[in-house]
Design a protein around this ligand. Sequence first.
Ligand code: ADP
Ligand code: ZN
Length: 531
Amino acid sequence: MTEGPGAAASEALATLHRVFGYEAFRGEQEEIIEHVVAGGDALVLMPTGGGKSLCYQIPALVRPGTGVVISPLIALMQDQVDALRALGVRAGFINSTQDFGERRMVEAEFLAGELDLLYLAPERLRVEATLDLLSRGKISVFAIDEAHCVSQWGHDFRPDYLALSLLGERWPDVPRIALTATATHATHQEITQRLDLPRARHFVASFDRPNIQYRIVPKADPRKQLLSFLREEHAGDAGIVYCLSRNSVERTAEFLSSNGVEAVPYHAGLDAGTRAAHQSRFLREDGLVVVATIAFGMGIDKPDVRFVAHLDLPKSIEGYYQETGRAGRDGVSSTAWMAYGLNDVIQQRKLIQSGEGDEAFRRRASAHLDAMLALCETAQCRRGQLLAYFGQDPSAAGCGNCDTCLTPPETWDGTVAAQKVLSTVVRLQRERGQKFGAVQIVDILLGKRTGKVIQFDHDQLSVFGIGQDLVEAEWRGVIRQLLAQGLLAVEGEYGTLVLTEASGSVLRREREVPLRMEPKKPAASRSGAGS
Ligand code: ADP
Ligand code: ZN
């Protein structure tokens, strides 16, 4: 009774239709599934939202026995299992959130061969009782989700993942599939080695979305900028506008609506009925704009989203990539547009500092933000920077479909300008024991006698008025870039500016500070601040 690969393929496709209700496989799904159904090990690298789950769920359904899924995301297990059950898949989980009775029931189902999928937290496999349980049932496939957790150098290292190499020893005949969304080449090799998957076939999906044009513009009047962008390039198109706060979501949706762009709000503060209604209008109608917090978009599969706009800075490149990735799933040209400015940097830095979480959490959040800022400030190809972040090789020549490729930004030597900003911060701190935010620093540099400048006698400082070679927007640009480069930092709830360890090298003239030219920079001030 031999079944060729053809039979397995058609059974996989039939399962895709019957159970999941999808038309066709995406990308490499079909190849991956065929390989695993045939008993092969696999390492799958696919961006978030790429469709990794089906790569093990379908083999689990097609092969006899239960598919065992190792996942560190305990909080999601209940939802995942509920979603599968709603499709008629017999799924269960075992983790620390369950009471004894619940666990017993799942164990019994597994032993009776009544489970298609069993989700397990990795720490369960350290317990001999769990291994013993697994030995007494029939396993169709092991799926190791978030496989990068095995990497000691990554952000998400889980010591329990190191024990997963024993799966191959104890169950040599059960295929194993490891999946991850973020992995550099090094992590990739670490996964192969530590999970003991030497014979695994590697499936590396490209993170590139060539039909998405990436653009990041300097923020001036974001809602108006958004409106012109929509009118000029996306009139009548469906799209998503992301804002940070509920309040800003509401106001932006109203602004667009009152300016002739059909838009509805979506955020967690709206009641469930309204949210569901707006979501289903977005899916059904042509050309509706949803203005949303990041609460919107998970699991939304609308192929003809023509643009994704960000009015506020995402916290990480992962988030940015995932959100912009909702544009253009049909392969048609689409735009990822973002307005970004000094206040975004200050706000995000403040959020990290005043937010919950320990020191390690803050460090990680800062590192994520730094990478995001580097993407915003780069003078190189944005796509190249994104791909490099995910460990993939960008084209050396640039992509030709992002703003920096289409209109390469000029850079200028901002060393002197940087020194002026930093000296002002130093003077205030050393001579007066004061700390101020960006607005006051810029007023001092420009020599403006505002009420607050007079109140604090800041017109008496030696740095008062030393920055008249640049205009206000340019100084804000300089400060923004210094913050992004870590040459200046934000402190406390008022967002006061303070020096960093790296600031000293600029003040001592030990390093140069190349800066991106702010658009429409007058020629006169260029030479004034330049070398
Ligand atoms: P990942 O785990 O890679 O982040 P998921 O497996 O959650 O991605 O899939 C992302 C979304 O794409 C889900 O809503 C899923 O149902 C959908 N999806 C996956 N594969 C297909 C397909 N072949 N056809 C249509 N939708 C798909
Ligand atoms: Zn490019």
